[in-house]
Design a protein around this ligand. Structure first.
Ligand code: ADP
Ligand code: MG
Length: 711
């Protein structure tokens, strides 16, 4: 997707006579040559506007001298005193130790790296001002490698009059250098303009508008006055920070709306509901849709009949019955003579979808195709041909569907299950598969409920539907939290369940990010359990098994041939065995709440009372305990997601650590989520009334990272 680069923005050039700061390269600053410019580029700083928006992550207070006797540990202080002694000490590490004294006490300065010249400088009687963080050392409070300067007792050296910024830095650029560069840029701010892109009253604090201009906010945040609230600044709640956070959220939101606009502009082939086919489908289904399923299916059906591509996210807790809703959507595409693709994040889940969809759709005469990363070449070739010719009307697969050589005859709808496992990039890659004619409709399903604030910011390009009801006859899962020392009792419990004809899962969580280690752990556990439970048939499934073995294990469990399935977290999504009513999760403290909730959703699928045992490794931290208690207290995926967001932050909840979808410089969804309704409102207004500002806002905040939003 193309967008004019910040430097060539016509709108920017014509708005003012003087070039804006975004048009002045950092090399215009004193002391910035090609080398330093390269380093700055690593921080995404290319022009002066970038530099000014490179805001401090914290501040130091160098505006007052602290008496040495009043120093507290772990605090940044300025101290001033006279050198009383200086020696090289040979302890575990050689260090230069210097005693500094004022009227209130003495303190040790310690240098592990020092030069002979430095050593000579620290002569007894010299007066020194130091800046550093106090910590507990061998001789009481010490400063390690403080910054220092010699001073004159007669003339009091001036202290800083403002708080000292600490910037995010990178190798080869010191704080001092960044401070001086920002200082230069601030000075230039009065000559070149830093454009105000927000209207004066964006409705943030009804009636009050912004506290000051953008320029004031930027100047303040780079150099807050000595009386500024350090706490507010550290928390990011200062009005000036909030103003910038608002602008950043707005820029991200706008960028996503732009993507959406562009996609919609391309148009799509409308797919009106094929009533007879849909009716036939419902009749042979064997159950009635829940009211929530009906509502969401109807929303999708209306979307599909439009000449613009559907972009809809369906959220529904585990077990809420998303698959059948997806099947209805697929049917609507197929009934219009077009293809539908269903993509799942794991082989196991894709396989399970293949079974469900085949079972439901093949009786209606629909051809179901299948693509997996682990297919034989010959089989794959055959499938590719069927997809390219259109013989395969519905295609199920894993990310193998993304690959270059997959060409659809006429893709009308893509369905992506478990969105959080896929990045925005992959989502868009599949969009492109529909070819040049127009975009395909897109349906995304997730069982990880996304807190509202997060959904609003991360999925501004999607409409949302929620299946907020479970099919009838389910009994909620009872969860207990038990320490590993009671493992023998837990094993007994498994035995009892199996002897009653029920089935159970035993989930081994990953120790490190290694499939191999996880598989080993699961193998060892399976052996131990098989030995402890000679009367129980134990199965084993993990990511290292060959696909055929895995399928065989799953089939055996589904058929009840095995009673206890030892598994890694590969079974997390989708696996559906109604007779399984007990799940043990080992070391649940290693997993996120949303993931635990997903796992737990594998039981409680039938009418029997189901249980989940969280078997934690002792000892458990208080925080860990709180998290597991949250699991015990509720079965509501949305509540759990909110807790997860509070406890772990949006990157974890959305799985964006891998995908890089939401990365803010300054905004924090936990803290600033309350701004989103106003952000949304203003975004809609700006898109209509002020497209030039929209361009500039997006390039100011997402500039060189625009691919995050619209790759
Ligand atoms: P999820 O939303 O977690 O993907 P599934 O689509 O796998 O849930 O559905 C879980 C189980 O519930 C499946 O066995 C499915 O056939 C069944 N199911 C779905 N909808 C209904 C319904 N309305 N009534 C009864 N069972 C249903
Ligand atoms: Mg599912």
């Amino acid at each position: 997707m193309k967008r004019s680069s910040p430097d060539s923005s016509n709108a920017a050039a014509s708005a003012d006579q003087v070039p804006g700061l975004e048009q002045v390269s950092v090399t215009a600053l004193k002391g910035v040559g090609a080398q330093l410019a390269d380093k700055l580029a690593k921080l995404n700083i290319h022009n002066l506007q970038d530099l000014l928006f490179h805001l401090p992550m914290r501040y130091l207070d160098r505006t007052r001298v602290t008496p040495i006797g009043a120093m507290q540990p772990m605090v940044n202080v300025v101290i001033e005193g006279v050198i009383r002694g200086c020696d090289v000490v040979y302890g575990r590490r050689r260090s230069l130790v210097c005693r500094l004294q004022d009227d209130t006490g003495t303190v040790t300065l310690r240098f592990f790296h020092f030069s002979a010249a430095q050593q000579k400088q620290f002569s007894v009687g010299a007066r020194l001002r130091c800046f550093g963080e106090s910590r507990r050392g061998a001789s009481g409070l010490e400063l390690y490698h403080p910054e220092y300067e010699f001073c004159d007792a007669a003339v009091a050296a001036p202290l800083e009059s403002r708080l000292t910024p600490v910037y995010p830095a990178t190798e080869g650029i010191t704080q001092a250098r960044l401070r001086s560069l920002c200082q230069q840029a601030l000075t230039l701010m009065s000559r070149h303009s830093l454009r105000e892109l927000l209207p004066p009253q964006p409705g943030l604090n009804a009636g009050t508008g912004w506290a000051g201009s953008l320029q004031q906010a930027i100047a303040y945040l780079h150099h807050p006055p000595a009386d500024a609230s350090l706490q507010e600044l550290l928390d990011g709640t200062h009005p000036y920070q909030q103003r910038l956070a608002f602008e950043e959220l707005l820029a991200h939101h706008l960028s996503m709306l732009q993507v959406r606009q562009q996609l919609r502009a391309a148009g799509a082939v409308p797919l009106p509901p094929p009533e007879r086919l849909l009716q036939e489908f419902r009749q042979q289904l064997g159950f009635n849709l829940t009211a929530a399923q009906q509502r969401v299916a109807a929303e999708i059906s209306v979307d599909l009949a439009q000449p613009v591509p559907m972009l809809r996210l369906v959220q529904g807790d585990v077990g809420s019955g998303k698959t059948v809703v997806a099947a209805l959507a697929a049917l609507q595409a197929v009934g219009n003579g077009r293809q539908a693709a269903v993509m799942a994040p794991t082989e196991i889940l894709a396989e399970q979808h293949r079974q469900s969809f085949s079972q439901w759709l093949e009786p209606l005469g629909i051809q179901v195709g299948w693509l997996s990363g682990r297919q034989k070449q010959s089989e794959r070739k055959q499938q590719l041909a069927a997809i390219a010719s259109g013989a395969a009307q519905l295609v199920i697969g894993t990310h193998a569907l993304f690959q270059q050589d997959v060409v659809f005859a006429d893709l009308g709808l893509t369905i992506i299950d478990e969105q959080h496992r896929f990045g925005v990039h992959q989502r868009l890659a599949l969009r492109e598969k529909s070819g040049a004619r127009s975009h395909s409709h897109q349906l995304i399903m997730t069982a990880t409920p996304i807190p509202r604030t997060l959904a609003m910011s991360a999925y501004a390009d999607l409409d949302c539907s929620v299946i907020d009801q479970l099919p009838p006859g389910r009994t909620p899962v009872q969860t207990v939290v038990i320490g590993n020392q009671r493992r023998p009792q837990v094993i007994e419990r498994v035995r009892a369940a199996c002897l009653e004809g029920r089935q159970a899962y035993w989930v081994c969580t990953l120790i490190e990010e290694s499939e191999a280690l996880e598989a080993q752990a699961a193998e060892a556990t399976a052996e131990l359990l098989a030995a402890a439970l000679p009367d129980v048939r134990v199965g084993l499934v993990h990511g290292r098994l060959k696909p055929a073995e895995k399928e065989q294990q799953m089939a055996a469990f589904k058929a009840g041939t095995t009673q206890l399935l030892v598994a890694t977290t590969v079974i997390e999504v989708g696996v559906d065995v109604a007779n399984a009513s007990l799940m043990i999760i080992e070391n649940p403290e290693r997993l996120g709440l949303a993931q635990l909730h997903q796992l737990r959703g594998r039981v409680g699928r039938g009418s029997a009372e189901s249980h989940c045992v969280l078997l934690y490794g002792t000892p458990l931290s208080r925080y860990g305990r709180q998290r597991l208690d949250a699991m015990r207290e509720t079965n509501d995926g949305f509540l759990i997601a909110e807790r997860d967001l509070e406890l772990r932050g949006p990157g974890e909840v959305l799985g964006t650590r891998q995908t890089g979808a939401v990365q803010f410089r300054l905004a924090d969804l936990n803290r600033d989520g309350h701004l989103l309704p106003a952000v949304k409102q203003l975004a809609t207004r700006l898109l209509q009334e002020d497209p030039a500002s929209v361009e500039q806002l997006v390039s100011r905040w997402l500039g060189h990272n625009q691919h995050y939003a619209n790759a």
